[in-house]
Design a protein around this ligand. Structure first.
Ligand code: BGC
Length: 708
């Protein structure tokens, strides 16, 4: 690609660093897109030098755009087509936070594979996924797009998605490249308000927030999208510490960096550049390769180079990375790579893809409460009440190409056994006749939640809870009927208050195209729920941020029997969350016993074998997510009270006992210091095993001798 680079004029090189929407290439610039053209200060020459496109609807559109571009282009370098394929193209899978609840990277990989197969039919080459941002704040609307609060789980899920997109390699059809986002620490926006400042220690960055982006890169992500926030007061889009020191120097990554939508220009509002020329300067020196939806590079880079303020080699390095990506994707052989209406007709939304979506959906719901009311059977007469009883839009935000109103709603899925359906949440709207019908039902199924648009980008909330109306509906139903099953549709952990007194409570998140079928299968017991929470559910807003892997304090609160006044606690709420990370019930009863470690005293070179017996004390076969956590009791710096190190998902038949084995090695006992180095300390570690971060059994082991 170096030879090709040499043939490009400076203007052409700069063009490669510009990404704009596809309509610029096919519409009349003077009439139909006059506004955007003027706003970006782009003329036709610059537009037709752009290196990539953001968002494309279908194969024909892609072919038309690429064709028009290539007709006018001197260098004939095809554009890259990028889009947000977040949890499916048209076959929509559970939203990422739901997918994370499956604790199954295998399923995430399968989902990404289907997404790539479908999306590539419209000529999409790159997806802006996965979102590897860790978040501890359910006020932040974008937790729906991520995998929760744990670095290991987020890393595993992100890496699996990347692998799924790539499949067996770009030389095979049905593959797309992945852009991991939003680099970095976007999920730590202060007070959970989207785009807000991030103020974070290097320790938290290195140990908690950065590792999952690295996992995605190691799995093969070819691009990195910068985030809207600042870190150390520097917008991430122009942050040389992140884009040069961490990404290039520490991680040795050659990934193409791309801004988020308009985020390069936004550094004006951040107040770190005076005008668009300075914006371009900070971008290119900061380490940003592609500018999405603004035109600082296109309009100012050339002058900056001519003035000697920017060295040409910065341009060359960025453009070379972009050209290499185009080459690896095979664009020089076939600029229309993948785009095919015929293939789309054959495979998009195929039965096999919908079946794959159903499989993930069944494993992504989390059973939070159940007093034995679930499962019920097909003869059970139900009253189906609440806003989600007849809501089709339960596939979740970011389903750009998906159809939000094409899928079955709950009342249809339960048509055979529903004797009353009403979606109006207002208690006043229920007549005497309605009440009689509700009372005639064996069970009330209440379908509550937040609308799909209540989470996602720029949809933060100061109080993530259900509406007053829905809470009143719940209280009323709770009073008049003894058996209430509540289903929750939402994109973030919610503060649930009394809803937790439901006889059963199923967290459905947004389960994608096959939501209703999956829920039916769970409520009827054809599927035994197995999901676990990837993020803690707080009891109230004041507890936020609340997360399982926190540090101890110097005055820890030791629980209900601790009557000390000067300990770390609240006067008005418990320290514990409503539901902790890793928590989720099953229709089976799993009991943990007999935790064994191959060596109680071990050295850094030992591979420790950990075994535990898990017995299903019920007659119902089920899957359990067995989790192993570690606590390093004494370190050079204070260490989290527990950290997830291993998990596995196992089928255990009714009344069966299975011995689950894990291996631990030096890496699992090591940790990161504030300067980013990794160390290992001898001493005691507590090993916890169970079906949640609120685990059941533990043992203490001792590391003798260190290497670091
Ligand atoms: C979002 C990104 C997304 C991009 C392109 C932005 O507003 O923050 O997550 O990939 O738009 O659509």
């Amino acid at each position: 690609m170096k030879e090709l680079l040499m043939t490009l004029s400076r203007k052409e090189k700069i063009g490669q660093m510009l990404q704009i929407a596809p309509f610029f290439f096919v519409k009349d610039l003077k009439v139909e897109v006059a506004g955007p053209v003027e706003e970006l200060h782009l003329d036709e020459e610059k537009i037709f030098l752009a290196g990539s496109v953001l968002g494309i609807g279908n194969p024909n559109e892609m072919i038309e755009v690429q064709q028009k571009y290539l007709e006018k282009s001197r260098h004939k370098i095809p554009m890259l087509f990028m889009a947000d394929i977040i949890h499916g193209y048209k076959t929509i899978f559970p939203v990422p936070i739901a997918m994370a609840s499956s604790f199954s990277p295998k399923l995430a990989q399968a989902c990404a594979r289907v997404s790539a197969l479908e999306a590539s039919t419209s000529g999409i080459h790159v997806t802006f996924s996965p979102m590897a941002d860790l978040s501890r704040d359910p006020r932040w609307g974008r937790v729906v797009e991520g995998f929760g609060e744990d670095p290991l789980l987020i890393g595993d899920m992100s890496a699996a998605m990347v692998k799924g997109y790539i499949g067996e390699g770009y030389d095979k059809p049905g593959t797309i490249a992945s852009c991991v986002k939003h680099f970095a620490a976007y999920g730590a926006a202060e007070a959970g308000r989207d785009y807000n400042t991030v103020d974070m220690s290097r320790l938290s960055l290195y140990s908690t927030y950065l590792p999952s982006y690295l996992r995605a890169l190691e799995a093969g992500a070819r691009l990195v999208m910068t985030s809207f926030n600042t870190v150390d007061g520097v917008p991430c889009t122009v942050n040389p510490f992140l884009l040069r020191e961490v990404l290039r120097d520490r991680w040795g990554s050659n990934a193409v960096t791309i801004s988020d939508y308009d985020s390069l220009k936004q550094i004006l509002a951040h107040g770190v550049a005076e005008n668009m020329k300075e914006v371009a300067y900070r971008g290119v020196t900061g380490g940003l390769d592609i500018e999405m939806q603004s035109a600082a590079y296109a309009n100012h880079l050339e002058t900056l180079i001519e003035e000697g303020r920017v060295e040409e080699h910065l341009l060359d390095e960025a453009v070379l990375r972009i050209l290499e990506l185009k080459k690896d994707l095979g664009l020089f052989e076939d600029p229309y790579r993948g785009a095919s209406s015929e293939l789309a007709d054959q495979i998009v939304l195929s039965e096999a893809h919908l079946a794959a979506s159903l499989e993930v959906a069944k494993e992504s719901a989390v059973l939070l409460e159940n007093d034995g009311i679930l499962p019920f059977n097909k003869e059970t007469k139900i009253a189906l009440i609440g806003p989600y009883a007849t809501e089709r839009n339960i596939i979740g935000p970011w389903h750009w190409h998906g159809c939000w109103n094409c899928h079955e709603h709950l009342a249809e899925a339960f048509a055979d056994q529903t004797i009353f359906v009403k979606s109006d949440p207002s208690v006043e709207s229920y007549s005497h006749a309605d009440v009689q019908k509700i009372l005639a039902a064996d069970i009330v199924v209440l379908a509550l939640g937040e609308k799909e648009w209540e989470s996602g980008e720029a949809h933060s909330k100061s109080n993530p809870t259900l509406s007053k109306e829905q809470k009143e509906l719940f209280s009323w139903i709770r009073r008049i009927h003894p058996k209430v099953v509540t289903l929750l549709f939402n994109g973030r952990p919610l503060i649930l208050d009394d809803i937790v007194t439901s006889n059963a409570l199923l967290e459905c998140w947004f389960l994608g195209s096959m939501s209703s079928q999956a829920i039916r299968s769970i409520l009827l017991g054809e599927t035994n729920p197995s999901g676990k929470l990837p993020m803690s559910f707080p009891r109230n807003v004041g507890q936020i941020p609340i997360y399982y892997n926190h540090l101890n304090t110097g005055r820890p609160y030791l629980g209900e029997h601790d009557h000390n006044e000067y300990v770390s606690k609240y006067l008005d709420v418990k320290n514990t969350p409503q539901y902790p990370f890793g928590y989720g019930k099953s229709y089976s009863q799993f009991v943990y016993e007999n935790l064994q470690v191959s060596k109680k005293v071990f050295s850094p070179t030992d591979i420790l074998q950990v075994t535990v017996d898990v017995t299903n004390h019920s007659d119902r076969d089920g899957q359990e997510i067995v989790q192993l956590y570690l606590y390093d009791k004494v370190g050079r710096i204070s260490r989290p009270v527990q950290e997830l190190k291993r998990y596995t998902k196992v089928w255990i038949h009714g009344q069966e006992k299975k011995t689950i084995a894990f291996q631990l090695s030096e890496k699992d006992f090591s940790y990161v210091m504030p300067d980013g180095s990794t160390v290992l300390d001898s001493g005691e570690f507590v090993l916890y095993v169970g079906g949640s971060s609120n685990h059941t059994i533990e043992t203490t082991i001792t590391l003798k001798g260190t290497r670091a």
